[in-house]
Write a protein that binds this ligand. Structure first.
Ligand SMILES: Cc1cc2nc3c(=O)[nH]c(=O)nc-3n(C[C@H](O)[C@H](O)[C@H](O)COP(=O)(O)O)c2cc1C
Length: 253
C-alpha cells in the first residue's frame, strides 16, 4: 500500500497546476465521445483511448484503501504529458513485492497494438506470463537475467511471420521487427505512465523462449518485458549529443 502511495506522490509531485487542464482534456474527450455517438468509427477510435473502467476501479479502490479522501477517482488517475513520459521512462530491472493489475497489462497491450504496423497487418503477438515455472524458464533463456523471475508478470512480444508473409523477405527481415518494436515502446511508455516499471530484454536464446512458451514455428519471440512495481530509481543514461546524430539533407561526418 505504501508503495502505491509513493507512486501517486511521485506522479502528482509538481503537477497540481497542470492537473486541471489535463482533466479538462478528459472532459473534452467525453463530450466529444458523447456528441459523436452516431459516428461509429470515430466513437470507437476515441473509446480506445479512454482508460477502461477496470483500471479506474482498481485506482479508486487504492484511493479508498489509502483513505486519500481529498482526491476523487478522476483526480487520482495519473496524468503525465507525453514528453515527461518519454524522458522519464527508465529500464527498471528490480521490483518491489506487489502485483500489476491485469487491467493495466491489458490496456497497455491495447496501446501496444495502437502502434503503426506495415500494411496495418499487426503481425505481432503478446504472451502474458505469470506462472513461476515459465518465468524461470524465461530467465534461464535470457542468460540468467533475473528480471523475468523478480517481476510478477512478463510480456513476451513476438513477431507473427505468417501474418507478414505477403511482404516477402522485407516483411520478415525488417517490417515485422519494426512493427513489434513500435508496440514494445508504446507498452513501455504506458507502463511507466501508470507508475510501474519494465525493461526491454532482447538478450536471450530464442529457442529456449520458444520452448518455454510452446511457440509454433511461425512465431518469433523478440523481447521479454518483465513488469512490476519499481524497486529502483536508475539515473538517466548518458546520450550522444544530438548534433552528432542529426544529419541535414545528406550524410555529414
Ligand atoms: C533491443 C533492446 C534490447 C535490450 N536488451 C536488454 C537486455 O537483454 N537486458 C537488459 O537489462 N536491458 C536490455 N535493454 C535495455 C537497455 O539496456 C536500455 O534501454 C538502455 O541501457 C537505456 O536505458 P533506459 O531504457 O533506462 O533509457 C535492451 C533494450 C533494447 C532496445
Amino acid at each position: 500500500m505504501l508503495s502505491d502511495l509513493a507512486r501517486q506522490i511521485i506522479l502528482f509531485s509538481s503537477r497540481s497546476a497542470e492537473i486541471q487542464s489535463s482533466l479538462s482534456w478528459l472532459t473534452d474527450l467525453r463530450t466529444f465521445s458523447a456528441s459523436s455517438e452516431s459516428e461509429n468509427s470515430r466513437t470507437n477510435s476515441i473509446s480506445h483511448f479512454t482508460r477502461p473502467e477496470s483500471v479506474r476501479e482498481h485506482l479508486t479502490a487504492s484511493v479508498k484503501a489509502l483513505s486519500v479522501n481529498f482526491l476523487s477517482a478522476e483526480d487520482y488517475l495519473p496524468v503525465m504529458d507525453i514528453e515527461s513520459c518519454m524522458l522519464g521512462r527508465r529500464s527498471i530491472r528490480a521490483y518491489r513485492h506487489g502485483d500489476v493489475p491485469d487491467a493495466v497489462i491489458r490496456f497497455g497491450l491495447e496501446l501496444a497494438n495502437a502502434a503503426p504496423s506495415a500494411g496495418n497487418l499487426q503481425a505481432r503477438e503478446f504472451i502474458v506470463v505469470t506462472e513461476e515455472s515459465v518465468k524461470k524458464a524465461l530467465s534461464e533463456a535470457a542468460l540468467g537475467q533475473e528480471g523475468p523471475i523478480a517481476a510478477p508478470v512478463c510480456v513476451v512480444f513476438c513477431a507473427n511471420l505468417e501474418r507478414i508473409e505477403s511482404y516477402g523477405r522485407r516483411g520478415s527481415d525488417l517490417y515485422v521487427l519494426q512493427d513489434v518494436a513500435a508496440s514494445i515502446e508504446n507498452f513501455l511508455l504506458y507502463i511507466h505512465s501508470q507508475g510501474f516499471g519494465a525493461v526491454w530484454i532482447g538478450a536471450f536464446n530464442e529457442s529456449g523462449v520458444s520452448r518455454a512458451l510452446r511457440l509454433p514455428h511461425y512465431i518469433r519471440p523478440l523481447a521479454i518485458v518483465p513488469v512490476g512495481i519499481p524497486g529502483e530509481v536508475p539515473s538517466p543514461p548518458s546520450k550522444r549529443p544530438l548534433d552528432e546524430m542529426v544529419h541535414r539533407e545528406t550524410w555529414s561526418d
